[in-house]
Structure formats: C-alpha cells, structure tokens
Design a protein around this ligand. Structure first.
Ligand SMILES: Cc1cc2nc3c(=O)[nH]c(=O)nc-3n(C[C@H](O)[C@H](O)[C@H](O)COP(=O)(O)OP(=O)(O)OC[C@H]3O[C@@H](n4cnc5c(N)ncnc54)[C@H](O)[C@@H]3O)c2cc1C
Length: 359
C-alpha cells in the first residue's frame, strides 16, 4: 500500500496543472494515469522529422487567458493559426467546390510551438517520476474514516484527498465510489457532455505546402465531407508541413483504411495528384478511446452540465474533488477550463491544508 497526501487521478492538463499549482506546498502528491502516456486529450503525434500533428487539443483564443498565462509562465511560445485569405468551400454535393474569400479581421486562434504536448512536457518537469503511475487505471475510491483508499490496477493507495480529473461521465461509468454519490450527482455526471469525445481527427504530413499556391488553400469547409473542416497545420518554424482537420464523427465504425481512402478521395478533388505526396496519414477516433469516452444512455447536448454547481465543492467532508475541463465554470470543456479547474481545486486544497496546520 502506498501513502500520500493527495492522489490525482489522470495525467492530463488538469492533473498536471494541479500538481504544478501545488508545487510549493510541501505536499506528497501522486498522479495515477490509466494510459501509458501523459496528456489525455492532448496528444501530439509525429516522428520528429515531420510537422507535429495534433490528434487532440490544438487551438486557444483570446478569451482563454488562464491557459495563456500558464503558457507564458512556462515560457512556451505560441503562434497564430494560418488561415490564408481564401478557403476551399464545398456547399453541396450538387455544386462543385469553389475558392472563396475569407472575411477580413476574423478573431485569430493560436497554436503552441512544438505542439500542445509542449505544455504537457513542461508541466511534467514539476513531477517526481516515482510519484507517477502510468498504465494504472483506477477502479475504486473508498472513504474509510479519515482516509481514502484508492484501488488501481497495479497498486492500492491510502491518501488524505483524491482529485478525479476524468470527464465526469467517464468517472461515473468507470470508477466505483464508496459511499455512492447522491442520486442528483450521479444523474448529473451521467449526463455531462465530454467535449470532443465523439470527434475524429485526421492529419497528413507533406514535404511541400503546395496548398499555399494562389489558386488553392489549406483551409477547407465542406458540407459534403467526410472532412467538414481542414486547416494548414505546418509547424511554427514553417519548415515542416501538414494539413489537419476533422472527420465527420459518424465514420467511427468503418476501418482505418476505409477512412483513409475516403479522406484521400476528398482531398484529390481539391488538390489532384499532389494529395498522394503525403508522407504520413494520422488519425484518432476519440469515441473508441476508453479512457476518454463513455457512450451516453440518452442524448446529451454539447457542453450539457459542463461547469455544474455540484462540481465546484468537494464531497466527503472536503476529501474528494471532481475536477477536469468539463467541471469548470469558465471555458468548460476547453484547455482553458482544465487550467481553471486545476486552479480552483489547488486554491481549495491550499486553504484546507493551511487550516489543518493551524489546528
Ligand atoms: C479531438 C479533440 C480536439 C480538441 N480541441 C481542442 C482545442 O482546439 N482547444 C481546446 O481548448 N480544447 C480542445 N479539446 C479539449 C481539450 O483536449 C480538453 O479540454 C483538455 O485536454 C482536458 O484536460 P483534462 O485533464 O481535464 O481531461 P483529459 O485530458 O481527458 O484527462 C483525463 C485523464 O484521465 C485519464 N484516465 C481516464 N480514466 C482513468 C482511470 N480510470 N484511472 C486513471 N486515469 C484515468 C485519461 O487517460 C486522461 O489522461 C479537444 C479535445 C479533443 C478530444
């Protein structure tokens, strides 16, 4: 049995930011992560020789100030998403695609130099390696008198506080809580939307950005699909090139090869044979990721129950927090929400430990 002050379930942005915000508190913190990697819904792929491709979180906007402050604090550079002046637009299957002028003065969105994974890498430097348990899904959290007993695949932990950073729907489906949460909370968690849980990301790397020619664009909007949106995804330094976008979520059920062929067929309509110069095809079907997505019993709207009041205070006499991007009142579901959630829980934990020390 391992002992700690605080156990954080999940090594995504919320979990690692929380560990960072508590770094000066002299607390014994462990992070228990189900996957064999850190980052959760932040997942940048590539072999280093090509443009890093985001399979998860990519962009932030001017309103995401908490995330931006964290990036600045960690000296991580950011850059504007390249849109170009024109986009390829495919209005319907009855009409051919066309090159349209994008409206001027659009609000920019920003990306992270080196990929969003840079943020995860920097945050993970504030962790003690022997306090990190990878490939270790938590199964049960049990309150026993003053302590919490956490049962995971590889280990059992005896801790003072637990912070779950799982999307609440996943928490309700995959981790047994003892005592059970109230009916109202159980119902809210089961119907809390997991942001982007249904999405499919696709990306292709290239050695040349041929789409930057006058009569082309790397920005695509299509009502025909299967790719509804695609963007220039070249690296910050502008020497490794890629296109990246979304695939209609309903294509989760076909094989990877079938999806790839459909993606290439759509891109050939716009770019012809140049499409086939791609170096690598990357994709991620998030609905198949059991450590992110759990199917709902009934229809749930985007952002439903995100930032719910019940997530703002801990359970079990202050010892169990339900955190994570979806629980934040500000920017729920987004990276900015994850950092807000981590800050809110860190503030509450600091208060609680200061109070205990004064007793
Ligand atoms: C395709 C996609 C695109 C997105 N695009 C953007 C974007 O452009 N901009 C933006 O701001 N946000 C975007 N997001 C959302 C963003 O990724 C999230 O807001 C953020 O990463 C959430 O961080 P988190 O730590 O709260 O949750 P997560 O990243 O989901 O972390 C939870 C962690 O818990 C782990 N876990 C799960 N079950 C267990 C268990 N039983 N035991 C232990 N560990 C467990 C998971 O493996 C994971 O690492 C996107 C998400 C996706 C999927």
């Amino acid at each position: 049995m391992q002992h700690a002050d605080i156990l954080i379930i999940g090594g995504g942005l919320t979990g690692l930011s929380l560990n960072y915000f508590l770094k000066d508190e002299n607390l014994d913190i462990v992070i228990v992560e189900a996957r064999d990697r850190l980052g959760g819904r932040i997942h940048t792929v590539g072999n280093g020789h090509e443009a890093p491709v985001e399979m998860g979180a990519t962009w932030f906007g001017p309103a995401h100030t908490k995330l931006k402050s964290l990036l600045d604090e960690l000296n991580i550079e950011t850059f504007k998403q390249k849109l170009g002046e024109k986009a390829i637009y495919e209005p319907s299957s009855m009409s051919p695609h066309q090159l349209v002028q994008l409206p001027p003065n659009q609000e920019s969105s920003f990306r992270v130099k080196g990929g969003t994974i840079s943020l995860i890498r920097e945050l993970s430097k504030f962790m003690n390696d022997d306090h990190l348990y990878l490939s270790c899904p938590v199964q049960k959290i049990e309150k026993k008198k003053e302590r919490l007993i956490v049962t995971a695949d590889l280990e059992i932990f005896d801790v003072e506080m637990v912070v779950s950073t799982l999307p609440p729907k996943l928490l309700s489906d995959s981790i047994q809580l003892k005592p059970l949460p109230s009916e109202e909370l159980a119902e809210t968690m089961a119907n809390t939307h997991t942001w982007m849980g249904e999405s499919i990301k696709i990306g292709l790397t290239f050695s040349e950005p041929f789409w930057r020619a006058d009569d082309l664009s790397g920005t695509i909007f299509s009502n025909v699909g299967p790719i509804p949106e695609l963007y220039d995804h070249s690296n910050f330094e502008e020497h490794k090139f890629a296109l990246k976008g979304f695939l209609n979520g309903s294509y989760f059920s076909v094989s990877k090869e079938e999806r790839k062929q459909m993606v290439l067929a759509q891109l050939r309509k716009y770019y012809g044979d140049k499409t086939d110069q791609f170096i690598h095809y990357h994709e991620m079907v998030w609905a198949n990721e059991r450590f992110t997505y759990a199917p709902y019993d009934r229809h749930v709207l985007p952002h439903q129950n995100n930032g719910h009041a019940m997530y703002q205070k801990p359970l079990w006499e202050g010892s169990f927090f339900i955190a994570g991007a979806e629980t934040s009142e500000t920017s729920p579901g987004y990276m900015d929400g994850a950092v807000h959630s981590a800050q809110s829980v860190a503030d509450q934990i600091k208060k609680s430990f200061n109070h205990l020390q004064k007793k």
